[in-house]
Design a binder for this molecule. Structure first.
Ligand code: ADP
Ligand code: MG
Length: 649
């Protein structure tokens, strides 16, 4: 039996079981063998019957003296066996397994693992795991570390164990092709041994070594895919040639501020990418407010000189409008050069700079014959856009931008085909944002404070409503909550101009409200959680987040980043009704931690990577065997994959 044989080659796996196994993504014998246990039951210590203690789990080995079906008073059928270990006997009870009486005859040697309790007045082991013992045969369900697997309806760990055990015995193991020094380098045992020990280890140390070997295999496969993607992207030709270069000094001279060092570096990297005969695929990361837009503007500036079109896509219409206005100013463009295309505005598709929302990605007509494609706040980093552009003969240079920090291990694997520029510093002169946690008893007082702050300093405030569910950030429910919120706040501070902004408003209306806010005609803007990314209004200095405990730390940080952009002192108020110590501690973390990277790492620890990076939502398969924290293993897998490995599972 080989790893790529269908799993139905294993006895007792017919159509019905095959369908169930498919739910666990298991189709081949190899898939089954790489369905690895999530934990182990420690049934390794075997005891004498006399040593068993009430309510403790132990494994007993003994001979069956008798086994019968009996009925309880209520008419339930139970199996009652008596087991002897040579000195003492013990009663054993199973439920509803009448066939046992036929399959276990007196005299059979059994290994039984379970808890000692009472059946009526008799001390008994109730409903234990068990297996028949043949002399010299290794146990798999009892008397050892017993593997527990991810299960699905109708597939128990016990059943999986027995089928995996069959496969382990009959498999023709693949050869190990790593040398001893390579195995030593990743602290692992050989491939054939790993396949066995991942299921049936003597101890957890042995299991970890097996996991590392198989995890390495998994990572190398992932790395090879990434390398392939990278190579095939690089085979494309960029649309249009960049002949006239742009010097960074020329560009920065035109700006109203001095670029930070990391902005300078990122711009240099982008300009050098653009001058190559290979399309760029770069990801620009940088905390909220680090100034990613101006970096993108440099790319647009060089395309303009070369008479090539640039397209910038934003996640919301409001952001698209904001980019439109700020790029027009930054690059000193007039109406014919730059155009905004949204669901409500046709714009001029012949402009050399086109700003739109992500939905333009699906209208590939507009995306033809362009030199540079910039995608702001996009979290599917390159995957989708590459798919969309794949049919074209000539592709644009792509720059994706995000405030989500990418952990090193993810950058080295999943995003290994992207080159990454990172803005590590904030523009000078940013004021620290003071963050407070406000319990509900202080709510009224807090709003009174907001009122006086707004009046004395002529500043403005955002209020973000509680997140009802993550999946519908802008649902009707959410809209109702925002409207109600506004009424309540109006009662508390009737002298202020308050308006509601949410995604369900007609787009003209949205634009009107945002512009009024920008001009200072609205004091307090109540919004649904959708209005979180990218809004840049420097006179707003207060961010109020209602129901702050419903948000992830990184989300809170992004929201907080909406203020503190001008030279006035800024505040973030985290409202919560929760009194749970755990939640308050989590919120308190955001008071002291200032950077998105630190918070993302905390979120990673608290909520796990699948949640934080939304792998499932983005259709990215999570690692099954290796872990995202295995930085060394990941680095070595990359090195190995790059030198063309001989073979892999
Ligand atoms: P983000 O990285 O969150 O997209 P933006 O590009 O919106 O940040 O920039 C935030 C604000 O900082 C903008 O108002 C922008 O004009 C300003 N800004 C960008 N770079 C600098 C700089 N080097 N010095 C001062 N202000 C800057
Ligand atoms: Mg931005």
């Amino acid at each position: 039996m080989k790893l790529n044989n269908p799993v139905t080659d294993i006895p007792l796996i017919g159509d019905a079981y095959f369908r169930k196994l498919k739910r666990l993504d298991i189709k081949t014998v190899g898939d089954l063998l790489l369905h690895i246990p999530t934990r182990f039951l420690d049934l390794s210590s075997t005891s004498k019957i006399s040593e068993m203690k009430l309510n403790e789990t132990a494994t007993i080995i003994g001979q069956v003296i008798s086994i019968t079906n009996t009925y309880t008073k209520k008419g339930r059928i139970v199996q009652n066996a008596v087991l002897s270990d040579g000195r003492d006997t013990i009663n054993i009870i199973w439920f509803g397994q009448h066939y046992l009486v036929k399959s276990i005859s007196p005299g059979t040697l059994l290994s039984v693992a379970g808890k000692l309790g009472f059946w009526g007045r008799k001390k008994s082991i109730i409903s234990p795991s068990f297996e028949k013992l043949d002399p010299g045969k290794e146990t798999i369900h009892t008397g050892r570390l017993v593997p527990i697997y991810p299960e699905t309806a109708g597939l128990t760990s016990k059943w999986l164990r027995s089928r995996i055990n069959f496969a382990l015995k009959n498999i023709k193991y693949p050869n190990e092709y790593l040398g001893d020094s390579e195995l030593g380098g990743i602290k692992a045992i050989s491939l054939p041994l790993s396949i066995k020990k991942i299921h049936l280890p003597k101890n957890l140390k042995e299991w970890e070594k097996a996991r590392r070997r198989l995890g390495f295999e998994e990572l190398v496969r992932l790395q090879k895919e990434t390398i392939k993607k990278k190579k095939s992207w690089r085979k494309n030709k960029p649309f249009g040639k960049i002949k006239i270069k742009l010097k960074i000094n020329e560009f920065s001279k035109t700006l109203p501020f001095k670029l930070t060092n990391s902005q300078n570096q990122a711009i240099n990297e982008i300009l050098s990418d653009l001058s190559r005969d290979m399309p760029m695929n770069r990801l620009l990361t940088g905390d909220v407010g680090s100034g990613k837009t101006v970096v993108a503007a440099a790319g647009i500036a060089v395309c303009l000189r070369n008479n090539l079109t640039s397209v910038l896509l934003a996640p919301t219409q409001i952001l698209a409008e904001q980019h439109f206005n700020s790029l027009k100013k930054l690059l000193n463009l007039d109406k014919t050069d730059i155009s905004l295309i949204t669901s409500s505005r046709k714009g001029n598709p012949d402009s050399k700079v086109i700003i739109g929302t992500h939905s333009l990605l699906h209208k590939s007509k507009e995306l033809r014959n362009i030199g540079l494609l910039i995608i702001d706040e996009q979290h599917r980093f390159g995957v989708e856009q590459r798919n969309i552009l794949a049919q074209q003969r000539q592709v644009p240079h792509i720059l994706t931008m995000t405030a989500t920090p990418i952990p090193r291990t993810v950058a080295l694997t999943l995003y290994g085909d992207l080159t990454i520029s990172n803005l590590t510093e904030m523009p000078k002169g940013r004021k620290k944002i003071t963050t407070w946690i406000v319990p509900s008893v202080k709510r009224k007082r807090a709003y009174k404070w907001v009122e006086s702050e707004i009046k004395t300093h002529r500043t403005q405030a955002f209020v973000v409503c509680p997140l009802i569910t993550e999946s519908d950030k802008d649902s009707m429910k959410q809209v109702k909550a925002a409207t109600k919120e506004r009424e309540e706040i109006s009662k508390l501070i009737p002298s202020l101009a308050i308006e509601v902004l949410h995604g369900r408003l007609p787009s003209m209306e949205k634009t009107k409200i945002i512009n009024k806010f920008r001009k200072g005609k609205i004091n307090l803007l109540v919004s649904t959680p959708v209005v979180e990314v990218g809004i840049d209004i420097s006179n707003a200095t207060i961010m109020i987040i209602e129901g702050a405990d419903r948000f992830g730390l990184s989300q809170l940080h992004q929201l907080r980043g909406r203020v503190g952009r001008g030279d006035k002192k800024s505040y973030c108020l985290l409202f919560t009704e929760s009194q749970s110590e755990k939640i308050i501690t989590r919120l308190a973390a955001i008071k002291s931690i200032k950077t998105g990277r630190e918070l993302a790492e905390m979120d990673l620890k608290l909520r796990g990577p699948g949640e934080v990076f939304g792998f499932k939502q983005h259709g990215i398969a999570d690692l099954k065997i290796a872990k995202w924290t295995d930085i060394n293993l990941i680095k070595q897998s990359k090195k190995y994959a790059e030198k063309m490995p001989k073979q892999s599972l």
